[in-house]
Design a protein around this ligand. Structure first.
Ligand code: SF4
Ligand code: SF4
Length: 574
């Protein structure tokens, strides 16, 4: 029986069929759906699998690793930058042998689509000398997960699976088997023989699947030989032999030049390292098509089905309104960011990773480095400003999940050293950006059962922070006053000062409000709400020189009524 599913669920399916016993993860796009997939399939198969969302990737890694050391079949899941968080443990395992099996899934994000950087997990595996698989489709990802968990058990070595976001999030019909009965069909090596020795392709991951599509479309599938790499490290020596049998070889891989560097043949190899392909970014369908076509032209290979630029030209004539990523209409973070900027426009605003990174266009986030970076950076800024005797307010923002994930040591450190800055904790009750996973405060397990809730304010107090205020971000004037009061207090008192901006994520509450939004009636065209509030429901009509409300998007939270100088209405708490 087949079932249509995304790659992340396919990985989950492979694990459950292979007899997984322990799974731990920290949510991060593109990896977030693997753990919920394991929960779902374990219920369906009546399999006893312990599943947990960990407070961060290092904890997830160590929870699974500990179980594997003891003899269990364990896996942990994270995104590529999450592996950095787990790196101390990842680096150390070289020296240990496991009794059970241990598979690490680190999902990469070429592009990057939803990360601060792109980063190639395969590179880290080469550096660490760890076996690494790069699946090219959801179906293959299911087989790889099944195979890897069993291989790890046999070899007593950890194994890494590295899907990219196109594998994690594309859908395919995946065959289902009873646990322990999966028929694994892993394909690696010369997939298509091809008639010519002038040009060949070595490809891995999603780039392989796209290359096959392009060659089929260009009627070149029987002409150009293709070598598929599934296990990127250790690389099969046959790849080198294949490359040496050709005049030119195109390497298609995401995102770094891992295979290309291993081939170490700058004469015939074309890829990212020799500058033929861009050194960064996703290898999209268009990029691969252009690369194959141009190398064919240079090698004298006839391309029958050339690129149809007419369609591309036509698409350029369509006037698509650019829509940069924005916080949702009515997002509580927007109101809080607005208040932060209103209170101190000249402040410095260290920010963090999450939906609230989108405070950048609101002028309330100046820096985004890594999970937890907001607090340590605020400490660093304070050191500089206090030495130079400059009284610049510092407003560090972070989310509730990030607070527990990476901020606690930095907050404790800042308190111990009496760093005077304002900590704005944007508490929306969930890990919103990655799909509403629970935080330690939520008090719900990965399986949806009740667990102990850890309160943010109690944790802050335990870290030595005495000054804590809780505000409703929709009460914008109150938030502004609280921030000003906090700054005033820091002049004489001790730091840091914590403000918890608490209101549920709108996607979680799915709420619409009942405030009458009549901005259009009073709008003078000053554009203040567009510039400083950036709500997706506010559009400026250039003809009428007035703001228009997109009623389909607007949730009638009414925050814009305070932002508009012609209206300026304080709402009672909703
Ligand atoms: S998902 Fe929630 S937290 Fe994220 S932007 Fe939307 S409302 Fe805000
Ligand atoms: S009321 Fe204003 S701020 Fe709220 S969603 Fe509508 S336009 Fe945006």
């Amino acid at each position: 029986m087949n079932e249509l599913m995304i790659g992340n669920y396919a990985i989950a399916r492979g694990f459950v069929e292979a007899g997984l016993e322990i799974a731990a993860a920290y949510p991060g796009t593109p990896s977030s759906e693997i753990l919920p997939g394991i929960v779902e399939f374990s219920k369906r198969e009546n399999a006893e699998i312990h599943c947990e969302w960990s407070v961060n990737e290092r904890v997830a890694y160590e929870v699974a690793y500990g179980a594997a050391l003891y003899g269990k079949k364990a896996a942990c899941m994270m995104k590529q930058v999450g592996l950095n968080v787990a790196f101390p443990a990842f680096y150390n395992f070289k020296h240990h042998e496991i009794k059970g099996s241990f598979v690490i899934v680190s999902c990469d994000d070429p592009g990057p689509q939803s990360s601060q950087t792109e980063q190639d997990t395969r590179m880290l595996c080469t550096f660490m000398d760890v076996t690494c698989f790069d699946p090219s489709s959801p179906k293959e990802a299911a087989d790889v997960a099944y195979f890897a968990l069993r291989l790890s058990f046999e070899t007593k070595r950890p194994i890494v699976i590295r899907p990219t976001h196109r594998v994690s999030h594309s859908r395919e019909a995946v065959p289902l088997y009873r646990p322990g009965k999966r028929r694994v069909r892993l394909k690696e090596g010369l997939i298509s023989k091809g008639k010519t020795a002038k040009l060949g392709i070595v490809a891995s991951g999603m780039s392989f699947s796209v290359a096959i599509d392009v060659l089929t479309e260009l009627n070149l599938i029987r002409m150009i030989p293709v070598y598929k790499v599934l296990r990127v490290h250790p690389l099969d020596t046959k790849v080198k032999e294949f490359a040496q049998s050709l005049q030119k070889v195109l390497i298609l891989e995401e995102t770094d030049a891992v295979i290309e560097a291993k081939l170490n043949d700058s004469k015939r190899v074309y890829g990212r390292l020799n500058g033929f392909l861009s050194g960064a970014g996703e290898l999209t369908y268009d990029v691969i098509k252009e690369a194959i076509t141009s190398l064919c032209r240079d090698s004298g290979i006839e391309v029958q089905n050339e690129i149809d630029y007419a369609l591309e030209d036509l698409s350029k004539t369509i006037n698509i309104v650019p829509r940069p990523p924005k916080l949702c209409s009515g997002c509580p973070h927007r109101a809080c960011f607005y208040a932060m900027r209103e209170a101190f426009p000249e402040a410095i605003f260290p920010g963090d990773i999450g939906c609230y990174t989108l405070g950048i266009p609101l002028g309330a986030v100046d820096t985004v480095v890594d999970m937890g970076g907001s607090v340590s950076l605020a400490s660093g800024f304070y050191n500089v400003f206090s030495k130079e005797n400059r009284n610049i307010p510092i407003l560090a923002s972070l989310g509730d999940s990030t607070f527990f994930h990476a901020c606690l040591p930095a907050i404790y450190d800042a308190r111990k050293k009496n760093k005077k800055f304002i900590l704005v904790i944007l508490d929306n009750g969930t890990t919103a950006m990655t799909g509403m996973q629970p935080t330690p405060q939520t008090g719900i397990t990965a399986k949806g059962e009740k667990s102990r809730s850890i309160s943010i304010e109690a944790t802050l107090r335990a870290l030595g922070i005495e000054n804590i205020r809780i505000v409703d971000p929709y009460d914008i004037p109150f938030v502004i006053n609280t921030i000003k009061e906090a700054h005033h207090h820091l002049q004489k008192g001790e730091g840091p000062f914590a403000i918890i901006s608490r209101r549920e994520c709108l996607l979680l509450s799915k709420r619409r409000f009942e405030v009458k939004i009549d901005l259009e009636e009073v709008c003078t065209g000053c554009k203040r709400c567009i510039r400083y509030f950036d709500c997706p429901s506010l559009e400026f009509d250039e003809k009428e020189k007035k703001v228009k409300i997109n009623r389909d998007l607007c949730v009638q939270c009414g925050n814009c009524l305070y932002v508009c100088p012609a209206k300026r209405k304080r709402l009672d708490s909703l």
